[in-house]
Ligand binder design. Structure first.
Ligand code: SAM
Length: 217
């Protein structure tokens, strides 16, 4: 069985009892970054062996892990944070396991965009999760113009390096609309910023923006 196990997006206590059980009893844990996941495993006294499964080895390692599954091994798949498969290489292994008619089970938990959407107070009965916006401003604005036409709540992931530039482009495309920027969810410096793109951009410009962000429009 391939167990897809959601792990915390910040606060180590956000791991389900079932996730702990599965991580303890699996034969192997496939992690994006074994050193990063080791912090969580040590916290819960889990000594299951780990192996790396990340962007650059996802095809070769994927085949290797599928062969282990075919031999009857139980493998737990985790990502650096949150739900495997949501914008991380977990998708490739899940897809490969399904194509090979292997059993797949999901142990649910945190996902940053769901957390931000719920906290935003914006309509969540219909929303569009658009992942990361393009790097370049021109492409980003085009994408925002396209998404604006959808006419429902929009959710994006963003890094500290691009948050200011993205907010500038959101201001250009959406203007004085109230948006929400969620920073460092479940962590010590969690912050929920509400206001126009321009006002949030100004608040974040006071220092160098740090941490991880979700934008809800
Ligand atoms: N698999 C993850 C999930 O389930 O949400 C997402 C992985 S994606 C590579 C990483 C992005 O998720 C970050 O750049 C950030 O936008 C968002 N993210 C992850 N943890 C976060 C947190 N604690 N607070 C805000 N955003 C977070």
């Amino acid at each position: 069985m391939l167990y897809i196990v959601a792990t915390p997006i910040g606060n180590l206590k956000d791991l389900s009892l079932r996730a702990v059980e599965v991580l303890k009893s699996a034969d192997l844990i496939a992690c994006e970054d074994t050193r990063h996941t080791q912090i969580l495993l040590t916290h819960y006294g889990i000594s299951t062996p780990t192996t790396s499964f990340f962007q650059h080895n996802r095809f070769t390692k994927g085949e290797y892990l599928v062969n282990l599954l075919k031999l009857g091994k139980n493998i737990a798949l985790v990502s650096d944070a949150g739900t495997p498969g949501i914008l991380d290489p977990g998708y490739n292994l899940i897809n490969l396991a399904i194509k090979n008619n292997l059993e797949v089970s999901f142990i649910p938990g945190a996902t940053a965009f769901v957390h931000a959407l719920v906290l935003s107070g914006k309509p969540a009965h219909e929303f569009y999760f658009a992942g990361f916006l393009p790097n370049r401003s021109g492409a980003r604005r085009n994408q925002l113009e396209r998404l604006k036409k959808i006419g429902c709540t929009l959710v994006f992931y963003e890094s500290c390096h691009r948050i200011l530039a993205s907010l500038r482009d959101i201001d250009t495309v959406f203007g004085q609309r109230e948006i929400v920027v969620a920073r460092e969810l479940t962590k010590k410096f969690e912050e929920i910023l509400r206001g126009s793109p321009d006002s949030i951009q100004q608040r974040l410009s006071r220092g160098r923006p740090r941490g991880e962000f979700v934008i809800v429009i």
